[in-house]
Write a protein that binds this ligand. Sequence first.
Ligand code: RB5
Length: 147
Amino acid sequence: MKIVIGSDHGGYLLKEHIKKYLEENNYDIEDYGTHSLESVDYPEFGQRVAEAVAQGKYKKGILVCGTGLGISIAANKVKGIRAVVVSESFSAKMSRLHNDANILALGGRVVGPDLAVEIVDVWLNTPFEGGRHAKRLEKIREIENKY
Ligand code: RB5
């Protein structure tokens, strides 16, 4: 599976850790930056990754900022994106089963590296359940289409 990843400076170190872990586990990773600890603006990276996922270039994306919050807010402005901020495995699993989340957002200043890769593993390997949940996603699309 091809995955796109991005972060700001607050998420840079965790992004690098996740990228290394995924590459070692044979995932095909595209890194949209940032590439250092120098201060940058998270909306730019959230937008870039979200647009690539929304355009279908990648099925899933991973975003990291200091908290996961700002970068997920930015990503969720892109039509078709369901970005979720997650700090534990149960929510990671449910965000796939029920919400078909297509972007996982993590806080580099919130979760440690081992927990982060556990969350990423669960999130990447849990399918969408469909059924009654698909109808609810359709309702989210209706909200999107209204604005
Ligand atoms: C950057 O200092 C920080 O605000 C950013 O990484 C993120 O946490 C925003 O939500």
